[in-house]
Design a binder for this molecule. Structure first.
Ligand code: BES
Ligand code: MN
Ligand code: MN
Length: 462
């Protein structure tokens, strides 16, 4: 039996080229203009699963984009691993900030990736990481190294809230039955500091609109006498944090699970350089909630951020005008204990209540999802930890991430299994940003590590 390292060495160029082909399809789920590309990507994922040795590969229709399913059941008495990933990507905007076009992948060396990285939208989030599992599967089936049953479930709406998957999962509990869910859609600390993600934040995403006069007005004739929606909106938003950067919405922190001193001390042991962090972002200081460290602020604490704000005149030159409307998109990252629907409701009530006379305020909820934390005393985590030990030569550090994969909490509830987040991306890989990339070393390391997970999970299940 060929070992995985040899197999990768032999097939590495093909592995890279296949990923590059997948990255050329602009599967932007947020923009209807890419509808056909998203569907074509689902087809491409389907044939890749077939080639990797999966049976019963199908495109499962949903009210939205399809879910690609495939499986290899070798013995019903053996454990089953369910692999989840997403084939949709974020919009490439702002496209002018890309050094090369987002859907024309190129390989370039960087300081962090001396062996080269593939630059393209979706390279790391999540096509590259999802495809590691397809290639690991190919290795296991073609060399007789598959130790257990595998199911794949790859969706096309993760970047827009996984609505169709929330519909699909409860309707397909039998089909999706598994002993552990394996996901590579997160990151790790550094290539020489492997980590396993043990927590994700939840999310509540809302849009707000402040309306003043029934039309845009001359700011000389009317200025000072009527409410300016942009002035009001910015003032309202500013009031959502106090001087310590605590969020002021009444009840916002009520159910936040606080970590014990011991847990926080444990977290603080993870290697972290504030200086490098600031340098990487070209900021002269970090900023955030009083009383918490940077790593706590971006993982175990909830946040409220404006993601976009618009209104009035933003074209060339000056135009004297009081806009009729002002708008903003606001996200709140949530932590375990906070129910996203409740938080959305609290936000709505509070935001409407602080609107002064002279304007009306409309709050429109978008999507949301629960946060997630997983204990590390289960066999899934242990199997992952041993797998990294084999391929990185180091025990991985458990790490709570600040990002969200809202569907994860639903998986645990509906499918009653633990979720293992084996991410191989780095924070510097620029996911959702211009020049997103994924290190070739990371891609191949992921392919190498995954079969070790299967082996240990099967052994530990006995
Ligand atoms: N893969 C990311 C989430 C992620 C990245 C978690 C890195 C941890 C580390 C996922 O595709 C994503 O972008 N999620 C969105 C939420 C979604 C509802 C749009 C997010 O976190 O903003
Ligand atoms: Mn993702
Ligand atoms: Mn994403």
């Amino acid at each position: 039996m060929q070992n995985v390292k040899e197999y990768i060495a032999q097939h590495k160029d093909r592995f890279i080229n296949e990923l590059i082909d997948l990255l050329k399809i602009p599967s932007v789920s947020a923009d209807p203009a890419y509808n056909q590309d998203v569907l074509n990507t689902a087809d491409a994922v389907k044939s890749s699963l077939e080639k990797a040795g999966c049976d019963n590969v199908e495109i499962c229709e949903t009210p939205g984009y399809p879910i690609v399913y495939g499986e290899k059941i070798i013995d019903p008495n053996l454990p089953t691993v369910l692999v989840y990933g997403h084939y949709d990507v974020q919009p490439a905007d702002p496209i002018e900030l890309w050094d090369s076009p987002a859907f024309e992948p190129v390989i370039k060396k960087t300081d962090i990736h001396p062996e080269g990285a593939i630059f393209a939208r979706g390279a790391c989030d999540d096509k590259g990481q999802m495809y590691m599992h397809v290639k690991a599967m190919e290795y296991m089936t073609s060399t007789g190294n598959l130790p257990c049953n595998v199911k794949f479930m790859i969706e096309g709406e993760e970047e827009v809230g996984s609505e169709s998957l929330s519909w699909f999962v409860p309707r397909n509990r039998e089909k999706l039955a598994n002993d552990v869910i394996l996901i590579s859609d997160t990151g790790m600390i550094a290539n020489d500091i492997p980590s396993i993600t043990t927590g994700l934040r939840g999310l509540s995403y809302v849009e707000v609109e402040v309306t003043g006069p029934n039309r845009d007005l001359h700011s000389g004739l009317y200025g000072g006498a009527v409410a300016n929606p942009i002035n009001i909106l910015t003032k309202m938003i500013a009031s959502l944090h106090d001087e310590n950067n605590h969020i002021t919405i009444p009840g916002f922190y009520d159910n936040v699970e606080e970590l014990s001193r011991e847990e926080r001390d444990e977290m603080a042991k993870a290697p972290f350089s504030l200086e490098n962090y600031e340098k990487a972002l070209d900021i002269n200081s970090v900023y955030g909630e009083e009383g918490y460290t940077t790593n706590e602020r971006n993982s175990i604490r909830p946040t409220l951020d404006v993601n976009g704000i618009w209104g009035g005149y933003t074209g060339e030159g000056a135009k004297t005008v009081i806009a009729s409307k002002a708008n903003a998109k606001i996200s709140m990252r949530l932590v375990p204990g906070q129910q996203w629907e409740d938080i959305t409701e609290l936000f709505k009530n509070h935001f409407e209540s602080i609107a002064p006379k002279g304007v009306t305020v409309k709050v429109t909820p978008h999507h949301g999802g629960q946060g997630y934390v997983t204990p590390i005393d289960n066999i899934g985590y242990k199997a992952a930890s041993k797998a990294y030990q084999d391929t990185f030569g180091k025990t991985p550090i458990p790490q709570r991430s600040g990002g969200s994969i809202p569907i994860v909490a639903l998986f645990e509830k509906e499918l009653e299994s633990k979720i293992i987040l084996m991410g191989f991306g780095l924070d510097s890989d620029a996911i959702h940003s211009p020049n997103e990339h994924f290190g070739i070393w990371n891609y191949l390391k992921g392919i190498e590590t995954i079969p070790h997970f299967y082996k240990y999970f099967t052994e530990l299940s006995k």
